[in-house]
Design a protein around this ligand. Sequence first.
Ligand code: ADP
Length: 506
Amino acid sequence: MNEYILALDQGTTSSRAIIFNKDGQPVGNAQKEINLIYPKAGWVEQDPADIWATQMGVVGEVFQRTGVPPESVKAIGITNQRETTILWDRKTGKAVTNAIGWQCRRTSEICEQLKEEGWEPYVHRTTGLIIDAYFSATKIAWILESDASLKQRAENGELCFGTVDSWLIWNLTKGKHHITDVTNASRTMLYNITSQQWDEKLLNRLGIPAGILPEVRPSSSIIATAEADFFAGNSIPIAGVAGDQQAALFGQACFHPGMAKNTYGTGCFMLMNTGNKPIFSKKGLLTTIAWSDGKNTQYALEGSIFIAGAVIQWLRDEMNLIRHASDTEEMANSVKDTNGVYVVPAFTGLGAPYWDMYARGAILGITRDTKSAHIVRAALESIAFQTRDVLDLMEEEGGISLKSLRADGGAVVNNFLMQFQSDLLYRKVERAAVQETTALGAAYLAGLAVNLWEDSSMIEKQWKADAVFEPQKTREWRRSKYRGWQKAVCRTFDWTKDEKEMGVSD
Ligand code: ADP
């Protein structure tokens, strides 16, 4: 009998379900958009009932489309948008408020307050995170502070908190299991990633009763059973759970220290496997649990780039230099280099390793013969330069040298970008054949736990690149290109800072 894994991929903008076969190939998928709610500027919410309904809707659809009988699904793997916070009533299973989305900035003030009180070093060394409104901790605190009756109910043990994985598992098990996995726990800003326990000090400071927290389980092990009612009378083990970026790292089979993946989307998300001990960055990278199977825990350094594919959207929508994102490749190849032009897309400031929220974007090195193709090429190159900034930092802080970079995400179809990335890093860049790396990671985590795959070496063999880009440029080329980038980035520092503060007088 054929055996399959069902992967649920609950993302920010859509819920998806994909069925994978034993070869790690998707045999079918279904996807449904999900609403984002913006009650105020900077606030982002979602309806938890909608998250659940769309997720189960696509599950039904994928079974219908593929004709795979539910009894041949050996396990379910779940991957999800991280940090998004849901509170629900333990008795009724109904959410008590909308989910607060990971992007929601409403708790910025609570974060500022924590920083003022000097919590930053403590938060970093326990949770691996920097204090930020992204993470669940301050979102839970906000909900409980905003409604005294909810606070009371939380203290009485009547409420459950969960990230999206917990919410799906609770519903899939009809309220039998209130659990999460270590990767999702490690994004709450409440979880000690070394001792692997909820942190009492942080819970106390934020007024969060420990009783509302889920039990934390490994990312790869049978942790619950989905109710038979949902699968035509077949109960199916839930055996893999991981937050989306960790799942993608697993789906890219980055099982060894020094292996990294970069997802080239609107922004970039980079994770590097650093082995079985957490490494704490001094320059703003996050430390996170990559996965655990109950016996071993792997850690990763994580860095993100705010503006990656978004710079291509800007060329198209604001500058009108291209009509389609895909035009950039031909234009970039139509000139032999950027003719000394650099685009620094610091639209919202600069992240790691510069961390300058006052920086703003710039196009530098323009001369009379600068053509639009030079600017387009420089914009593409900026994605690769920013990636190198973060990877250099990961290597430096991790004390590990990058073995290879595995690429996924919407922009990796651009061969120019991939080749330039390889040239700039002097490393192989491997573009994944299965681009659904997030869902595939969840499937692999689940399949390993139920022995569909005996061990990770089987997965390593299965993992395939659709193209491998090898470095072709000289050291001198690399050095001068990258120096130019660093010079250009420095020119954008402090741009929006008060002129008086900068010592500029009228
Ligand atoms: P997200 O998941 O963040 O929404 P995707 O992974 O779907 O993003 O990737 C979309 C991004 O990839 C867009 O920002 C787009 O500009 C960029 N992109 C798409 N095709 C190309 C291309 N051929 N060359 C460069 N960038 C591209």
